[in-house]
Design a binder for this molecule. Structure first.
Ligand code: MG
Length: 254
């Protein structure tokens, strides 16, 4: 099943996407139900929003060996966590704003886990019971600021630095999906989620032993090799097998 959030007739709500039609859903992300009297709307008539409204995005640094190598970093012995603020989230087709403070804006295409049920001290074997589904993420990074600050809050925390979407796919096995990032159609990153050092179930468990994961929270699982610069006007796409393609454009600061 594909779960979207969409804007139609001045209202933002969840929906189920089947083919090119969106059926409205009621309730919260924890418990979505078919909307009473909700008639399907054509996908072309709605604006898709980020499919989740996270209280936090927990992102993983250096979770692909080839990306650690391109940054001359040693392989981590345990997941390296950082937080992207909820205010950075944008949806499919929204603009990533190039901040004036950076001269080196990078894409990082990543598989994202969307939490469906509050998770605290969950084992890897139980992790999927707490996962609603999976979507595409771009962990947009001001590489120069990330290096200058040592930690990642500024370099990865600007408004618009967390595109998510286009939808959440449920019932998916995330363990071996092809992932590709393109800029203006040129392939920059190409890997498979089987190359993750710490897999999705392990990450849910590991993070839940540190902080409670709330429904709608997002775990961005890390990026493979091939990160690189984007400039104003570029179109960046993160495409993951069995999920879809998240497309955004880089815009000058307003
Ligand atoms: Mg990343």
């Amino acid at each position: 099943m594909k779960i979207v959030r969409f804007r139609h007739a001045g209202r933002d709500r969840y929906g189920a996407l089947e083919g090119d039609r969106v059926t409205p859903l009621d309730g919260t992300i924890e418990a979505l139900t078919p909307a009473v009297g909700g008639s399907p709307v054509a996908l072309k008539d709605v604006r898709l929003l980020a499919p989740a409204v996270p209280s936090k995005i927990v992102a993983i640094g250096l979770n692909y060996a080839d990306h650690a190598a391109e940054g001359n970093r040693e392989l981590p012995k345990e997941p390296m966590l950082f937080i992207k603020p909820s205010t950075a989230v944008i949806g499919p087709d929204d603009e990533i704003v190039y901040p004036p403070q950076t001269a080196n804006l990078h894409h990082e295409g990543e598989l994202a886990i969307v939490i469906g049920k509050a998770a605290r001290n969950v084992s890897p074997a139980d992790a999927r019971r707490y996962v609603l589904g999976y979507t595409c993420a771009n962990d947009v990074t001001a590489r120069d600021l990330q290096r200058r600050d040592v930690q990642f809050t500024r370099g990865k925390g600007f408004d618009t630095f967390a595109p998510l979407g286009p939808w959440i796919v449920t019932g998916l096995d995330p363990s071996d999906l092809a992932l590709e990032t393109r800029v203006n159609g040129e392939v920059r990153q190409k890997s498979r989620t089987s190359q993750l050092i710490f897999n999705c179930d392990y990450l849910v468990s590991f993070i839940s032993q540190v902080m409670t994961l709330l429904p709608g929270d997002v775990i961005s699982t890390g990026t493979p090799a091939g990160v690189g610069p984007m400039k104003v006007g570029d179109v960046v796409e993160v495409e993951i097998e069995q999920i879809g393609c998240l497309k955004n454009t880089i815009a000058a600061p307003r």
